[in-house]
Every structure is written in structure tokens, then in C-alpha cells.
Write a protein that binds this ligand. Sequence first.
Ligand code: BES
Ligand code: ZN
Length: 626
Amino acid sequence: MTTRLLFALSFLLTLLSGCLQKEQKKDVSVTSERDPHSFARPDEVVVTHLNLDLRVDFDKKELAGHARLTIHNKTGASTLWLDTRDLIIEQVTLEPEGNETTFRLGDTVKFLGQSLAIDITPQTKSVTVHYRTTPQAAALQWLSPAQTAGKKKPFLFTQSQAILARTWVPCQDGPGVRMTYTATIRVPNDLMAVMSATNPTTKHPDGVYRFSMPQPIPSYLLALAVGDLAFESLGPRSGVYAEPSVVKKAAWELADSEKLIAAAEELYGPYRWERYDLIILPPSFPFGGMENPRLTFATPTILSGDRSLVSLVAHELAHSWSGNLVTNATWNDFWLNEGFTVYFEHRIMEKVYGKTYAEMLAQLALQDLEATLKELGPGSAGTHLKLNLTGRDPDEGVTDIAYNKGYFFLRMIEESVGRERWDALLKMYFETHAFKSMTTEAFLEYLRSNLIKGDRTLEDRLRINDWVYGPGLPKNVPKVFSEEFARVETQLEAWKKGTPASKLSTHNWTTHHWLHFLRNLPPQLSKQQMQELDRAFGLTRSGNAEILSAWFLHTIANDYQPAYPALERFLIEVGRRKFLKPLYTKLTETPAGLARARKIYAQARTGYHAVSTSTIDTILKWNESL
Ligand code: BES
Ligand code: ZN
């Protein structure tokens, strides 16, 4: 071969590899990396629309009907791969062919369920799966009337994030795939159905409800709730659903929702989902909130009676940009959803309620983060922002790291480059990547090409790799100072030095002040001190779940018996995992506490959602002991 030929060849090769690299990069930013938590192969055949037709049967605890999936066959593949878990597949038909087709369910894999391989042809435009759910479907919680506020009618709600959508809909259950959806849901005619879609505001006498979600969403945002629901408007594009006896209180508590939407839009661009409604669920809902598009699902424990827990609304609303519009490509990139959302939440809160308020939230976030870092250990890979959850339940990635280390990373960038530059970048980021998925690497590349732009000093100052791929908190973590909490500390010191609790100046304290006070009490308190605090502030009989749970930690640690009945009631009524986890953990610290925990859990467990029982089972080693 001549030198010239060699040269030409190597030139061609370089060109080709350049193209390939570009191709790969493009792939990473807009479609998913191979998702370790899904059997689907969206790179071959992708589902673009879902049509659901389901009947809700409370007696059998079953959803039955069909899911018609519109597909785009990119490669002429002869198999469509879906995710399922605990579903009974009855029949699959193809359109336009009109015939029944063959399918195979794969072996059951822990957390992931079973693949469903459906034989298709290159002509197939949609696939209809006739199926029913089973009572163990982890996404579904079927509540008895006793578990509702009204005590007369049953209730059902779903929780699809992270990989539970497959327990009620056969689908490509990874956050890197998006589809639009329509649904017909048939319920008993005294109940109302609502979804993460266009919603009714009154009951339909025939019990048939039709929905549409015209914006493409990932499967983890599929959501349904059925119950005795009423609706109250909060403003031109927002409102709240709840049981009739709760809806007025809910509407009062959430009155600022329109203000929050306006603030969010001012920060990062238009709200892209038309309406923003909320539903207040019964207390067994395992989360504080879930950002189902158009309809945030929320725990009733935010109804504190003083509007002091609306940051949860700001959080779920913020997900309408970070998460629902620009979505983590896989659960390893979960911090892109939650870290951005906490950052955005704090900015919304600052805009509506001021800097001193937002700084309280930041300080609480730092305390939570420090506690989590301690729990996970200094060198732990679980403290990296980018996770590796292959072979594990993605639920294990739901720690304060994604939320609060993510938050402080973004705040650090803001403080380094200034708000103006940073806000402009974020606004453009949401606009450019709307309705797409995002990997950590693609985000960092975006940051480097649009913000850092080769500035070596800035790059060094940010320590991006330490934050994203390293453990713990890098040296450049932002400083937080809360004047309000300094006031709380003054009162706390005074009490420690002998000022009676009843003489402390606590008027106008919000939930956050109380949390700071309670978290910073000495760990060991005498019975007299516990009693004094309880008498002065009515802690055991507080109606505020945040305050109660922080107080209960002390009552357990100091064996303060007057609070036992209230603690027991709380654990039986409230299913929110964030409260249950620390309380049960604290109880396990003494043999007597462990015995009490097991006794309470035996009674409470059937009332909890699968998300919570799987966490508490581990803490109490429940299954091993049976
Ligand atoms: N999307 C999360 C809830 C979630 C995360 C469900 C991972 C399943 C898997 C939601 O936005 C959230 O973060 N909720 C928080 C409230 C928030 C104010 C921090 C919660 O439930 O505590
Ligand atoms: Zn969130």
C-alpha cells in the first residue's frame, strides 16, 4: 500500500469514528442509555402512545381490561419487549393485522418482574394487551373505608415511581421512554376517578371517566386515584381534589398555589402542562408528594393548619420542569430530577416568601444531608450524585444525596457564576431539552459548553467531578446562615441555662423553627425536662406531623411514656415513609423499643403501602422472623 493510500484510509477512519462518537453522544443526550431496570428495547421498537381501558374492581382488588400500545418499529424488529410484574396477561392482538399473536413471559427477576416478549410484524402499528392486575401489585394501594377520612367508601391510588408502573400497566417502564396516553376508567358509580391527565371536576353518574394526556411522559408518571372525591378551585388553572370532609381545609392550606406557579414561570419559563391540580390522599400515602403531571398527589400530613408546609407544593410543582419536562434518563441519574427540584423549590420559596424563609429550608436540608452522609459513611459510593444501581432496587437511590447534595451542588454553581448567568442557563436548559431525557454526562457537557466555555479557573473552582463522581461534600460547599434559626438557638440556650420553657419567646414560630428547636435539643433529657417541654408547647398533642415525628424521636430516646399512645396512633394512621423510617429505626435501639415496634407494626402493616412495608420490613427484619 502506498503512503498516500494509508493516509487517505486513516483520514477516512478518523472521520468515521468522529461520526460514531457524535452518534453516541447524541444517543446519550436524547434517548436512554441502556436502562438497567427495564427489559424494554426502545432502541428497536418504541411505544409512542398508550390507550388504557380498565375496570376498577374493589372487591377483587383488581384492574382488568386492556392496554393498546401504539408503536414505532425503528429497526423492523419482530419482537416488542415490555416490562410487567405480577400481571396476568390474557391475550395479545395486533393491529392492523387484527389477529391474536403469541407472547412469552420471561423468568421473574427480583424488583424487575418479568419481560413480556410479543411477536409482531414490521407492519404492526399497535399491540393490544388484555390483562388483569393481581392483589400484590406494588403500585396499587386498595384502602378499606376505615382508612379514609369519610370512613364509608373505599379508595384506590397508584404510585408508579420508580419502577412500579409495570405492576398495573404492561409498558416500557424506563424513564428514557415517553408516550402520550388516553384512558377510559370504569369505577363504581358513587366514586370519582382522576389521573395524571385532563380531569373531571364532578362525579359522572355512570362511573365512566375518559382522560387524555397529550404531552409525552415517561411511564413512572402514569397515575390513577379513585375515591369519594370533591373538587375546589384555587385559581384559574389550579384546584384541589380531596374527600368531601377534607377538601375545604385543603383549599385553605393550598391557597398560594397560583402564586407559586407564577413564581416558577418567572424563573424558568412557561408551565407546559396547562392545569396544575393537587389531590390530597388518605394518610397511608407513602410519600409527601408525587409529581404526577397535571395532578400532584400529596399526603394529608401537609395540612398543618398554618400553611407552613407549602414548600412541598413548590417542590412537586418544580418537577413540572425538572423531572417531568427534562427527565433523568435512568434511575442512576435520579439527582437530575431531585437535586434540580430541591434547588428550584428553594428559589420559588425565596421568591414568594423571602430569603430568610428559604434559608431556613437550606439549613434543614444541610442538617438532613449531614445526617445521611454520616449514616452512609465517608467513602460510600452511595454518596456520589451519579449512582450505579444495576442489580439493585432503584428505591435504594432515594436518599438525601440526590436531593440535598444535588441542591448544594447547583447552589454552589449559582454562587460561583452569579444568579443572572445561572438563571439564564437553566431557563435555556429546560427549553432546549423539554420532553427529553437527560443523563448526568449530557448535563455536564451542556454545562461545559454553555457556561464554563473553557474557563480553566472556573472549571477548577467548581470541582464538578468531586461533586458528581466523588463521595461526601467537597470543600466548596456553600455556607448557609439562617437568622431565624439563630433566634431559635438563642431560645434553646436560654432554656438550657434555666429559663422555663413557658417563658421562651416562641410566638410566630413556623414548623421550621420548631423542627430546628427539636432537632437541636440535647439527646438526653430527663423525665422532668420532657414533661416541661410537653406542657409548655403541647408537643404530644400537636396536629403537625413534622413536629410530632421530630418530638417522638425524643420521646423514644428518653422513654417518655405519656407519649406512647400518641406515637402508636401516629404509626398506625400515617404511612409516609419519611416519618416511619426514623421512628421505627429509633425504636429498634433498645430491646423494649424493638418489642413495641414489632407489636405496633403487626397492627399497622396491612394499612401501609408496599413502598413503606418494604423499607420497614428490612428495619424490623420482619420476614426473617416469621
Ligand atoms: N418524586 C418524589 C417521590 C419519589 C421519589 C417517589 C422516588 C418514588 C421514588 C417526590 O417529588 C418527592 O421528592 N417527595 C418528597 C417531598 C419533597 C418535599 C422532598 C417526599 O415524599 O417526602
Ligand atoms: Zn421530588
